[in-house]
Design a protein around this ligand. Structure first.
Ligand code: FE2
Length: 355
């Protein structure tokens, strides 16, 4: 075969591949099997000072109710155009509920949590159990739990919703059902039934049935704050507990199993004491952080952000992350780590801080 004949035959081969819906690996390998993760998602920052006023304006103009279901505004990563995803696996949104407003019941296979950076006055009824939402609290809505929100006060409230919507979409595992149009309850107890049963440290209710996800729906700020304070006090006294100098972390866990509170989303609260700086870490999998209190400097990949209360930022897979603070910083982190743990893809690389 002459070179000309070979070229013509190869051209016909590729044309026949295409007609048969086939693609040869040898033209694709570098994009499919990279030496290290090369995410499409990019480091991104959303400032609370921008988000909250936009949510307020939505509150004036956009009703909440059946159909749209929630007045939630999603953080859309600029590296994932055409989606409303903060990362390839995580959805993050600010939700806003005005005075007296109600968001009707529904349930879905997507797993959700709420984190409250400020305010109070809304209750989330989870399977008819009213759970108060207050500053610093983490509230869970595991998959297929009916949930509805009601604001019984004369003040609006905003909070952050985190879900695994992009992961469930990629896995084609989404199911959604409407609940009754009428709220299950408008009761506003200070303490929910699930907290009365499960919210006592180290004490498992023997008569409570096993559940596939955490039976505790609320993790209260007073407990989180006390645990972080104790870690830093123990460090001062020369005892172990912190993850690195000046950096305390707690992970929210299922009280029945000690595993992550949610099956697909890891949730943690971090506290850096004034003057602390984290090691630079790369993690396989993505995360979203929200500054809860204080301020600091965050380096994600090539980006550097000065962050303060309420600001959110996305950390793509394998992007180096460093956080430093002069005045002290509390930050909530959620990630897809449990998914990577479950399928054996977790990997972390840690660089010690330079002197
Ligand atoms: Fe929902």
């Amino acid at each position: 075969m002459t070179i000309t004949d070979e070229r013509a035959a190869l051209k016909r081969l590729y044309a026949d591949f295409e007609a048969a819906h086939l693609t040869p690996l040898w033209t694709q390998r570098e994009g499919l099997m990279t030496q290290v993760p090369r995410p499409d998602a990019v480091p991104a920052l959303w400032r609370w000072s921008v988000l909250h006023p936009l949510a307020e304006r939505s509150g004036e103009l956009v009703p909440v109710g059946r159909g749209g279901e929630r007045r939630a505004i999603a953080l859309a990563n600029p590296g994932l155009p055409g989606t409303a995803y903060a990362t390839p696996t995580l959805w993050a949104a600010i939700q806003y509920l005005g005075p007296g407003e109600e968001a009707p019941a529904h349930r879905h296979t997507q797993t959700a949590f709420r984190f409250v950076v400020d305010g109070e006055g809304v209750w989330t009824n989870v399977e008819g159990d009213p759970v108060a939402m207050r500053r610093g609290d983490l509230l869970l809505t595991p998959g297929m739990h009916f949930h509805e929100h009601h604001n019984t006060t004369d003040r609006p409230m905003a909070w952050i919703d985190g879900l695994d919507i992009p992961l469930v979409r990629q896995l084609d595992a989404g199911f959604f059902e409407f609940g009754p149009d009428q709220l299950a309850t408008r009761a506003t107890p200070a303490v929910s039934r699930n907290e009365r049963l499960w919210g006592h440290p180290g004490l498992r209710p023997v008569g409570a049935p096993a559940t596939p996800s955490s039976p505790l729906m609320a993790y209260r700020w007073e407990h989180t704050d006390a645990a972080l304070t104790a870690q830093l006090e123990l460090e001062d006294e020369g005892h172990p507990g912190v993850v690195e100098p000046g950096h305390a972390v707690v992970r929210f866990t299922d009280p029945a199993t000690a595993r992550d509170a949610l099956s697909t989303i890891r949730t943690e609260m971090h506290r850096l004491r004034p003057g602390a700086r984290t090691a630079t870490i790369r993690v396989v999998g993505s995360a979203v952080w929200q500054v809860f209190d204080g301020s600091g400097t965050v380096s994600v990949g090539d980006e550097r952000y000065e962050v303060t209360k309420g600001d959110l930022f996305a950390v793509p897979s394998w992007a180096p992350l460093t956080i430093a603070t002069d005045s002290g910083l509390d930050a909530f982190r959620f990630s897809d780590d449990p998914v990577y743990d479950a399928i054996g893809l977790s990997r972390t690389h840690r660089e010690e801080p330079s002197a």
